[in-house]
Design a protein around this ligand. Structure first.
Ligand code: SAH
Length: 269
């Protein structure tokens, strides 16, 4: 695959949500052909295990509240490795084009005269919908799908267009929203979305530790309390999420307020 991956070039590769079986064949091939791999904290251990021992693995992990390398440092590392003649894979959780800061890395590489290409991955929202046996779009109920980042910067309120996010005919997926759950619930309701709107909480999707929980918008802030701030969690909001065709899943409603049901692992439910 010399043409696909010349020395001194970089591939931004989507690692999917964690399960190595959700990696594309192309991603796996690139991981085997690389000479060095820079990977994020959210890349699954099973994916890293596919990288041959001869390939250098460098963690540049970003994870909420934990020390990680600055974006500028990561850009510099990628450029330096490529200019040194390595075949560089920059491995990112999910899909590189979704909240992955991929364009900052691409720009730095292009400016340095380095060839960079992108290999897509399964984004967490797609994997969560599949795990919960729901569809993100749904004829008549959800004719639009939107992905939003709810990443909190300190105590500042989220700077989001709540009127657009509160579209009742849309499925809205919040990435990085665990610590903003109460704010999301409050603002969507203030913008007109009914408190009974179905919500799906999805944590560690596609991994052994996966947890899925159905709840409703006005209970979101309580339901989320059982989810660790440490694990990647998605908040999906919209009527389409109520129509599930798969196995039974734990539900969190007004009758179950002690939070214990939040601990039920979905795979044993
Ligand atoms: N590029 C990634 C998203 C990076 S932002 C993608 O396409 O999936 C990081 C956020 O993604 C996490 O805070 C979480 O909200 C979500 N996420 C990533 N992997 C996840 C997983 N396995 N389960 C649940 N949420 C996940």
């Amino acid at each position: 695959m010399a043409d696909e991956f010349p020395t001194g070039s970089v591939w931004l590769v989507g690692a999917g949500p964690g399960d190595p079986d959700l990696l594309t064949r192309k991603a796996e091939r690139l991981l085997r052909t690389a000479t060095i791999v820079f990977y994020d904290a959210l890349v699954g251990a099973g994916v890293l295990a596919l990288i041959p021992a001869s390939v250098r693995q460098v963690p540049v992990g970003k994870r909420a509240g934990r020390h990680s390398k600055e974006q500028g440092t990561i850009n510099d590392l990628l450029v330096a490795a490529a200019l040194a003649g390595e075949r560089v894979v920059r491995l990112k959780g999910g899909d590189p084009s979704i909240f992955g800061r991929s364009m900052e890395e691409c720009s730095a590489l292009v400016q340095a005269g380095v060839q960079v290409r992108i290999c897509p991955g399964v984004t967490a929202a797609s994997a969560a919908a599949a795990a919960a046996s729901v569809s993100l779009s749904l004829r008549g109920l959800a004719r639009r799908v939107q992905f939003a980042t709810a990443h909190k910067r300190g105590a500042a309120p989220l700077d989001l267009d709540w009127a657009a996010l509160a579209d009742p005919h849309c499925t809205t997926v919040f990435y990085m929203g665990r610590s903003a759950a109460a704010e999301i619930s409050r603002n969507l309701q203030a913008a007109g979305l009914p408190g009974a709107t179905p919500v799906l909480l999805a944590c560690d999707v596609s991994l052994e530790s996966e947890r899925l929980l159905h709840t409703r918008l006005d209970l979101l802030h309580i339901a989320v309390a059982g989810f660790s701030a440490d694990q990647p969690t998605l908040i999906l909001v919209g009527e389409a999420l109520a129509l599930k065709n798969g196995p039974a899943m734990p539900a969190f409603d007004a009758g179950v307020l002690d939070g214990s049901i939040c601990g039920v692992p979905s795979r044993t439910a």
